[in-house]
Design a protein around this ligand. Sequence first.
Ligand code: ADP
Ligand code: MG
Length: 239
Amino acid sequence: MASVSLSKITKSFGSVEVLHGIDLDIEKGEFVVFVGPSGCGKSTMLRIIAGLEEITSGTLKIDGAVSNGIPPGERGIAMVFQSYALYPHMTVYENMAFGLKVSGMAKAEIDKRVRRAAEMLQLTSYLDRHPRNLSGGQRQRVAIGRAVTRDPKVFLFDEPLSNLDAALRVATRIEIADLKDKMPDSTMIYVTHDQVEAMTLADRIVVFRDGRIEQIGTPLELYDTPQNLFVARFIGSPE
Ligand code: ADP
Ligand code: MG
C-alpha cells in the first residue's frame, strides 16, 4: 500500500487548470523530490496533499484512506515552508510545543517529543532562545523540529532552504539528509528547484512541467537517461 497515492488529480483556480491529471504513488519511507520551473504546480500539489487546497477532480489517498474532505489537522501530515512561520514571542521550546499543547496532549509527552526533536536537530542548547536570536538555518531547524514533534506519517517540505545563504543551505541540507536517516519510516516529499538538493536527497525525483509530470526516476536514472532536453536541462546543468 502506498503512503501517498495520487490518482488523476486535477486542480483549477477559477477557470484556469494548473494541474492536469497527476498520477503518482509514493511508498512509505520514500524521500521524493518534486522539481520543475516556477509556476509548474509543485506547491499546489503539496498543498493538496496537506489538505490546504481542495482537489478539483481525482483521488488522494494517505495510507490507503481517501483524504478528500479530511481536514489538514487529521491527515497525519506536517509541512515545512520556505518562511519559517515561527512565533516571535515564544521560545524555541514553546514554538515546538505549541501545536501539541493546542491538541490537548499531556505535558510529559509534549516534553518528551520536544526534547527528542531538539536532539535530532541539534537544538537542545537553543530551547530557551527566541527566534530573533537565531540564525536563519537555526530557525529553519526549529520549523523542521516542530514538524518532527507531530510524529507525522508524511513530511512535506516546500523549498525549505531557499531563504538561506549558500553555506547555511548546505549545512541545513545535511541536517535534512540526517533526519531522513533517523526517520526511515517517514515518507518525505520535498519541493526544490535546486538540482544539488534533488540529486543528493531524493530516492526518486518527479519532474513537473506545466502541471504535468514529465518524468519520474531515481537521480541516476534521470541523470543517465533523461527523457528529453527539458529534463536534461533541469537535472544535469547547473544554474
Ligand atoms: P510552483 O510551486 O511550481 O512554483 P504553484 O503551485 O505555486 O507553482 O503554482 C502553479 C500555478 O497555479 C501558477 O500558475 C500559479 O500562478 C497558480 N496559482 C497558485 N495558487 C493560486 C491561487 N491561490 N489562486 C490562483 N492561482 C494560483
Ligand atoms: Mg512553489
